[in-house]
Design a protein around this ligand. Structure first.
Ligand SMILES: [Zn+2]
Length: 132
């Protein structure tokens, strides 16, 4: 299986982007903790990010796959852009009040596609901000 492409960012950049996106999405009241973790800590396999909403909202924990773990795992066959993954996870927080559909359903696929669109939009906003 082909290896994926890894795009990394320094942790301070990721934290700046996270703070920017929480402001843009009007989620400033949320306490969001960002952690870089090894792949075996994740609930799901072959993912680059996971978000846990804690205490029914206003607290969340975003796990991003540690690039070292991504590279060490020769089976990492998906692309991993840390900024895009982080933005996707912020999208999950922004859409949190909608119930996440059951896995392996059409609704789940559509939900994930919507979250991904939100994530890509957030990355565009961040890039424009960074360019000015
Ligand atoms: Zn997702």
């Amino acid at each position: 299986m082909a290896r994926g492409t890894l795009t990394t960012y320094p942790e301070p950049v990721l934290r700046d982007a996270l703070a920017f996106w929480l402001r843009v999405c009007r989620l400033e009241e949320w306490d969001v903790v960002l952690k870089l973790e090894r792949g075996d800590v994740f609930t799901n396999k072959d993912v680059s990010g996971e978000t846990a909403i804690l205490k029914q909202g206003l607290q969340a924990e975003i796990l991003l796959l540690d690039p070292v773990s991504y590279q060490a795992d020769g089976a990492a066959c998906f692309d991993y852009d840390m900024l895009l993954t982080l933005a996707h996870e912020v999208g999950h927080i922004a859409l949190w009040s909608w119930k996440r559909p059951e896995r392996d359903t059409t609704d789940y696929v559509l939900y994930e596609q919507t979250v991904e669109r939100v994530g890509r939009l957030l990355v565009q906003l961040w890039m424009r901000r960074a360019a000015t």
